[in-house]
Structures are given as C-alpha cells and as structure tokens.
Design a protein around this ligand. Structure first.
Ligand code: PLP
Length: 395
C-alpha cells in the first residue's frame, strides 16, 4: 500500500483524497506507455489506446452493474456533477432542485439555475414532505447525494424515486455517489438514479478523472463541445492513463469492499468510542442531537470510514493546527471548504448551532487505515481538545 505517511503520523482525511492503489498506479504507468496515442485515431497505436479506455470502461461498468455505454469519463467528480445538473437543464429546461447538504459541485450549479434547495432533518435525511411540495411537471432534475462527504450519512434513494414517479414524472434523479462508492454496493444503492457521479481519487484512483453514469444519453446536452468523445457527451482527448487507473482502482475496490468495510467499521467504532470516553460532551453528527435536546428516536446509516464529531465551544481551525503539529491530518468540513471561517452548510442544514458546528472535526478512514492510526489519534486528540478548552478558545 502506498501512502505519504511517515512514522508517527496518521492520515485521517480519506474523504478528502486517498493514496492511489498499487493496481491503479501500475495500470497508469502501463497505459502511459502503451496507450500514448490519441484513442480517437484510426491506426494501430490509436486502437491500442482505445482498447485501454474501453477495458477501463468495462471495469467501471462491472463495478456499478451498468452497461459500458452508460459510463461517461470526464475530468473530475465536480465536472460529473456539473454535467448532470447543467446538462439536464440545458436539454429539458424546467426547474431543478437538490438537497441542502449537497457538495458545492451540485449546490452551486443548482443555485446558479435558480433551483430549489430542499431541507434535511436533524439526522441529514431529505425532507420528503418538502420535496413533495415542489413536485410538478416542470421539475426536471432532483439531485440527492448517496453519502454525505462531511457527516457520512447515507440517503436511501428509493423513497425519493417513488415520490418523483408519483408527482414529478419528468424529473431525472441524479445522485452524487462520490463518497458512497468506496463503501456501498452502488449498483444496488443507486439503482433508482438516472445519473450517478463518481470521482477517482476517493477510492484509490487518480485525481482529475470522474465518471457520470448516464442511463439515457438523450436526457442530457454536453457542456464541453469539441471532438464529440464520450458518446458526444464530453469532448476532449481522453486521459488514457488516468482512465486506466480509474478502472483498475474500481475493480480492486469492488473486489475487496466487503472486507474493508468490516475492518474499517471496527476501527471507526473504536476511534469514536475512545474519543467519547475522553471528551464526554463530544457531539457526533447525525448520532447525537443538539446538546440539551432529546435523543434521536432512530439511528441513521453512515459510511464505514466516517467519524465526524464536534467539540462544542472549540474552533476547528485551532484544533486542526494542533493536530497537524502532532502529525495528524484531518479536516473540519469538506476539503474545498476547509480553511473557510463559516461553519459547514451541512451541519447548519441539520440544525446544529454555530457553537457546536464551529468545533467540527472530520476524521475519515479508508482502505489503508490501520490500528496505529487510531492509536495515534486517541493519544493526541483528547489532549489537544482539553488544552484548547482550558485555554478558552473563543467561539
Ligand atoms: N462530490 C463529493 C461528495 C465530494 O466529496 C467531492 C470531493 O470532495 C466531489 C464531489 C468533487 O470531486 P472532485 O474532487 O473529483 O472534483
């Protein structure tokens, strides 16, 4: 397993990005040599490059239970999300909507189009009553992520699909499965969706390669025009080596997912349990209510790698600074938003007050996480929290 970790360091930011799997690195180097030609060309060298892209497409299709012709390679998870929202709106007009806890790669396109942002409850589940009130023949796309990149909360898509089938028959269902893919059988969990986004660097593949699964390619208009690659949906010469690595990572991940989920669930549970024992007022998102409110009635499912906690009264930035000095790499919220002073829109949508949300810490584990990572986290984080609390960092 290849990581950038030195002894004594613990990388706990797998939701932000993962190291590449050996299978992916190997496929990338091999493809960079053997598939250097332009895959859209007509000669032998071009056909070799095209074969590499086609093989990777088959691997991705297999891991998702879709047809190879439904796999559209593009430049990132962000681009896949943008293609879904803008592409559907361009083709079909009408109104678009998304949940309030989407990644900004969905939220900002929907807001740009003047779409509706649908609320979630205190455990991050879509407010289906709110969705029902905006359903009509004019609703053309609804985007609901399968697993949230901050809280890790999994959103079942069947009830969303059922509602749309009843009340908004024109609406496509898009799901951002970027954070779900390493943990869930997306073939089943995203079966109700018409459009599914993935990103290579969240499961041991490369950065700068994404996929949008498009079940009906006539449902979208391309947003990047040119040579007509990717079934006319995404022009641009293929990133052959990156695509090969994406395919190899998807195949390796799908083969070992069951075992990884089991191992990482135990590690994550130990991490959260250890933090709770040392910091009793810790608030785990979607598991613990706002302090002082009654406990949640039911539990929600979260992806195995997610340990998203808040330390009420602390500032994440100060905590992250101390953790980094001790060799622990984590983030406060989504990686693109970290560093920003505003508390996460995800925690705000779930109703956590600023005093809680400002002290959020997203610890995320992945396929290469170890017992030693958790030991190190438990040796460092509680002390850092107690030191900051004693120093009275202002909120
Ligand atoms: N969607 C979700 C849920 C994500 O977590 C991310 C990455 O943080 C993205 C989309 C964007 O993917 P990419 O980094 O490939 O643009």
């Amino acid at each position: 397993m290849v990581t950038s970790r030195e002894d004594g360091e613990a990388y706990l930011d797998w939701a932000a990005s993962t190291p590449m799997r050996p299978e992916a690195l190997e496929a990338m180097v091999e493809a960079a040599h053997a598939g250097f030609a332009n895959p859209t060309g007509a000669h032998h060298a071009a056909r070799l490059a095209r074969r590499i892209v086609d093989d990777a497409r088959d691997q991705v299709a297999d891991s998702l239970g879709v047809e190879p012709g439904q796999v559209v390679f593009c430049g990132s998870g962000t681009e896949a999300d943008n293609l879904a929202v803008f592409g559907a709106h361009h083709r079909r007009g009408g109104r678009v909507a998304c949940s309030a806890v989407e990644h900004h790669a969905v939220l900002h396109p929907v807001e740009h189009l003047g779409g509706t942002v649908i609320g979630v409850d205190a455990q991050g589940q879509l407010d289906l009553d709110h969705l029902a009130t905006i359903c009509d023949d004019e609703l053309t796309l609804v985007s609901v992520m399968l697993a949230n990149n901050e809280s890790g909360v999994i959103q079942p898509l069947e009830p969303v699909r059922a509602l749309l089938d009843d009340l908004a028959p024109e609406a496509l269902l898009h799901t951002d499965a970027v954070q779900a893919f390493p943990w869930l059988d997306v073939a089943t969990a995203a079966a109700p969706a018409d459009l599914i986004s993935l990103s290579g660097h969240k499961f041991g593949g490369p950065k700068g390669v994404g996929v949008l699964v498009v079940r009906d390619r006539h449902a979208l208009d391309a947003q990047i025009l040119g040579g007509g690659q990717e079934f006319e949906l995404r022009s641009g010469t293929h990133n052959v080596a990156g695509i090969a690595a994406f395919g190899a990572a998807a195949a390796a991940m799908a083969a070992e997912r069951g075992a990884v989920v089991e191992r990482i669930t135990a590690l994550r549970d130990r991490l959260v349990r250890g933090l709770r024992e040392s910091v009793p007022d810790l608030v785990e998102s979607a598991v613990d209510p706002v302090p002082g409110e009654s406990p949640f009635h039911d539990s929600v499912a979260k992806v195995a790698g997610s340990a998203h906690v808040c330390f009420p009264g602390l500032e994440s930035e100060a905590l992250l600074f101390m953790l980094e000095r001790a060799g622990i790499y984590a983030s406060a919220a989504s990686s693109c938003a970290s560093g920003a002073q505003d508390p996460s829109h995800v925690l705000a949508a779930m109703g956590y007050p600023r005093q809680v949300a400002a002290g959020s810490l997203r610890l995320s584990l992945g396929f290469g996480s170890t017992d030693a990572d958790v030991d190190r986290a438990l040796a460092v984080i509680p002390d850092a929290v107690h030191q900051l609390a004693a120093a009275g960092t202002p909120v």
